[in-house]
Design a protein around this ligand. Sequence first.
Ligand code: XMP
Length: 530
Amino acid sequence: MAKRSASQNRSESPLAEPHEERILVLDFGSQTAQLIARRVRDQNVFCQLVRHDLSVDRIRELNPRGLILSGGPASVYAPGAPLPDPGIFDLGLPILGICYGMQAACRAEGCEVLPSPSREFGFTPCRRVAADPLLEGLPNEWTAWMSHGDHVQNLSAHFQVLATTSNCPNAAVRHLAKPIYGLQFHPEVTHTQHGEQLLANFVKNICGCRGAWRMSSFIDQQVHTIRERVGDSRVICGLSGGVDSSVTAALLFRAIGAQLSCIFVDNGLLRSGEKEQVRAEFSGHFQTDLHVVDARERFLAELAGVSDPQQKRKIIGRVFIEVFRDEARSIKDAHFLAQGTLYPDVIESGANPDGPAATIKSHHNVGGLPEELGFELIEPLRDLFKDEVRRMGLELGLPEKLIWRHPFPGPGLAVRCLGAVTETRLATLRAVDAIFIEELENAGLYREVQQAFAVLLPLQTVGVMGDSRTYEDVVALRAVNTDNFMTADWSRLPYDLLQRISTRVINSVRGVNRCVYDVSSKPPSTIEWE
Ligand code: XMP
């Protein structure tokens, strides 16, 4: 059993204000804007992405210690280019402009921005030409990562150059009278050497943040907010067995204890042992009012004869909502529904009025609950990134095994059971998947890959058993390495491990006589097979 890291008592410590040091990132559309926020949070300073044109009044209300202007694809001199409220440069707040953000800041302060003679993309040696607290601890020369077509050509007399590259004389600059800085390169990407130090210098040396944002104080604050909001009402939390819903439930339990009811729908498409783990955790360890709904027959009946993947997804999504709604209605006095929405979802949905505009959401969305259920939503993780949710889960006493569990799609094993979904085929797939995961864990490689699973193919191949031929099922094993699941590379698992898994699978899972390993990357393949 994994070691529990914190006590499970209700926290009674005095309310800390975890957002007292806040940095805002004004998002001008850069691919790496979220990454800037992540890097700032690595300094234990709370950081939020906001729309590029957030008004000065609203910024004053949010009371940040500094602003970072992100990169972006536009040209600052193009008609209609996104620009910040011009008042931000007179707030007296430290400002760091990155790439487009630098050009926007410098232009607003009287510098000239022009197309670069040649578009600069990739690694560039960068040389310090003046000392400054922003560059503290950096060597005289480092490699920076650039991606720009424009640059600040003519600095106004108010600016000083801090660093240059061969193509870009104004690679790092500062205003002499105001705390405004600009970097033409991207400190937030790991390709830039000492980028983390640069951002830490901005946050600590220039903005004066102490780095006091702690998960424990964030938990205390959330507990307090939840108690205030919920009062005597009951809160329902849907559990999927995954990290986000488990952490949400554990946090809710700490805040309101017996007023929490959890619903776990057994759709018959779960992995081996999953239901038992949820029971052990939320009924045994946290003694929540856990409702395990056995809807296996209903899901399988609705899926009978269906082999089209999108059709499977639709059916599972619909039936899940129906089953969940029926169970939720049986719980008296419930006004709230808790969901494990994370910060990247909030950003991508465009739901926050201060947040950046919505982008196209590229993830599948099965298992979402519609508004018609009539509950008020509680989303206590909506300020957190995934790794922060994991940290919170560990602090709340959830076991490591659950915290590091690979993501599992809403439609479950149905989209890994290619073709018809039957109880027998699911049992075969479940057995193979369990062997694969167990062997990965035994080899100490489970956490080295971000997702691993088995797939049951809808065809049979020839084999030989004793003197006779067999025609039996083929299974595929898939393991991937990925940062964000949008792109992925197949994992180079050791041959002897694959050998061990294949032997165990073929010897012990009846009806399987062939095991293959998927060596395709995404794109052009996807992670799932359906
Ligand atoms: P693909 O297969 O698109 O998967 O490369 C990317 C990530 O999304 C997961 N996935 C799903 N998650 N409902 C979900 O909740 C789905 O229908 C679904 N399909 C794929 C997949 O497991 C991977 O993590």
